[in-house]
Design a protein around this ligand. Structure first.
Ligand SMILES: [Zn+2]
Length: 64
């Protein structure tokens, strides 16, 4: 589901840095899982991945 990327270009550092994935499970504010792609050096959030389709599919399977 999440591509296995090990480094990312960070605008804050101005170079390629090791990447961290910060997983945020669905809660009352967010109805689906999301994952922040974070610079391993300065912790700048490069991008946020959202997983609404995967969450909905799992929900529908559970209730079917
Ligand atoms: Zn950085």
């Amino acid at each position: 589901m999440i591509p296995s990327v090990e480094s990312v270009y960070c605008d804050g550092c101005g170079c390629i840095r090791p990447v961290l994935y910060d997983r945020m499970p669905a809660d009352e504010r967010n109805d689906h899982d999301a994952t922040d792609i974070v610079c391993g050096e300065c912790h700048l959030v490069i991008a946020t991945l959202h997983h609404p389709i995967a969450a909905k599919t799992a929900e529908q399977k559970a209730s079917a």
